[in-house]
Write a protein that binds this ligand. Sequence first.
Ligand code: ADP
Ligand code: MG
Length: 728
Amino acid sequence: MGQQRFDAVQTAFKKHAVEVEVPKGRPSEYFGELVFNREKMQKYLDAKTLQALLDCIDNGKHLDRNVADGVAKGMKQWAIEHGVTHCCHWFQPLTDTTAEKHDSFMEYDWKGGMIEEFEGKSLAQQEPDASSFPSGGIRATFEARGYTAWDPTSPVFILDDCLFIPTVFISYTGESLDYKAPLKKSIKAVSDAAVPVCQLFDPNVTHVQANLGWEQEYFLVDDALYAARPDLIATGRTLMGHASSKNQQMDDHYFGQIPTRVQAFMKDLEIQGHRLGIPMKTRHNEVAPNQFEFAPIFGECNLAVDQNMLIMGVMKKLARKHGFRVLLHEKPFEGINGSGKHNNWSLSTNTGVILYAPGKDPMSNLQFLTFFVNTLEAVRRHGALLKASIASATNAHRLGGHEAPPAIISAFLGRAMSDVLRKLLTVPDDTDIVIAGKQAYDLGLVEIPEIFIDNTDRNRTSPFAFTGNRFEFRAVGSKANCSASMCTLNTMVAEQLLDFKEAVDKELAKGTELKVAVMRTLKPIIARIIDTVCFDGNGYSAEWQKEAQKRGLDVERCVPKMFLENVKPDAVEMFERLGVFSREELHARNDVKFETYIKLVQIEGRVLGDLAINHIIPAATTYQSTLLKNVAMMKSLFPTQWEELSAHEVALIKKIAGYNAEIKMKVDAMVEKRKVANRIEDLYEKAMAYYEIADALTAIRKPIDLLEEIVDDTVWPMPKYRELLWIR
Ligand code: ADP
Ligand code: MG
């Protein structure tokens, strides 16, 4: 019975690092070789087509059909030179993964032969069958069909034998069916709102870019061991498993030496990433055993999201070559850290200024504070909504644990910036804001310490932390599409900037000097945020839970309830005002969230039920039979002493019987709960019923994990934590 497990452990143990094929030349030389980037555009497009395409990418100009034909022709030539035979519209439905349908370039030449063809219309638009993707009723309410449309701002790339075209996915009546379309709207909204604010300080600003630098955490497990864990295969996480005696308590994994097999995988991944134009920069061991991280250099938000989606797909395939499976689930193992995706976010201008970094003179510092304070105000206003953007059945296992951001959205500023804000409240409105130590001003000034970027108080317990020239949103799930949270954040900040600009304009209309008008508008905002959303203390502490509630922050922990934030009046008004989502879209997308939540818990319930009944109870019973036989023999051999001699076995037999009965009872109860839940029509109510079932799963796991401790190791059917986590 435990044979499969032992074979898997042996197989895993004997594996060595796979040799990595390193391309010729330096990484900077092969960087982007699989991307139709500006360099390829120059080479493969005629001057007119190139100009029109760049105008479309850089200035949002419409691209007409003739130009699309010209672009397609150049792309085809480039692709064929790389042995490409197919193309696909690549899109991001509401599933946390990407979708692709490959079509070959092959066409009849109508002279009896075949040719390779790729025209502007195939580049620009396609019609996948929208009916098989989650749409939350948009299909029924509006139009059955959807189409994908080329996003020229994210470059086309080659993966294996296929030309990938990044696209948005929308219904024929214009509703977004994916993550990309709303993200792009939010990017435009935040630029449109931020430009007029920047122009108060610098008339040369015409465009503001949202930036994203993600850090991706993940687990690797050996594929032989993975194959012996039906729960990992079906749900991406272990639904049972006793903690390994050695897990992360020695703190020896974080930034530790990278195991050779893993190093080879990372190297391969980095090479593939670089060839695909992803500026991979950092790689390291994470806190939990078998947990790792990598991060590229940040870039434009839409492109960075595409690159993250792309590399998650590449990782999964590449891991197989190295004899691993990648786990992107937020909490694959109980009792050790889960995985997240830190989203480093900022805004920058076409004039090369990062708006979250202090400047060189008092006015640019005031601009920095304007963006800094308004962003915090947006998080104060919509903290619950921001949390809803990262809420999921899987991320729920990670948030609120003592390893991940708490389920309360607050912002960490650091001592230096907190002091600056407090000081600002006390000075006259025309006070200059300077960099500390630079000028010999008197003490009345507000001073920003020059190098707070390197400030050591890097609070790790805050979900939204200021880290010197950006905010780091740490609550995003490791397998999530970053778009959802970035779209919400961009929109929130856009709304706040519009409101701020309106208030400043009123001051200016009174003839107030600019500096004073800005300060006067900022001060009440600072007073509002400083003792509410701003919190520099320990986000894991029990006191914070209480304190946050006192401050009126959202402390909801129930995922289906969190989703409701998306359709509350404030949220609907904001998304409609900024042109990011209509009310109908928000409701439809929330239905998708409820459905996804329900299905995930449902699958886990089924898998755990099956494993409990057909893996665990039989294994425990096998061991129990051995014990029973032993006791029977004892009795026949030592008729007067057997009770004393077998006391230990008898106790074990009873314990096993007790746990087996408990498991059976709890599984039956869970199945009953599922039956009741499945009859509920209303999606929210049904999700709430499944929220309770999620709790029931934890309860079933307990006796199973206790059995694992006492049952003969040789009959235990599935790889244990100590094997999954420490074998390389
Ligand atoms: P950490 O110390 O938080 O683990 P990493 O070096 O792993 O930091 O990742 C930091 C990420 O933040 C990188 O992707 C980096 O390029 C990105 N980043 C740096 N500056 C900015 C910025 N101004 N805006 C957005 N992202 C940024
Ligand atoms: Mg990092």
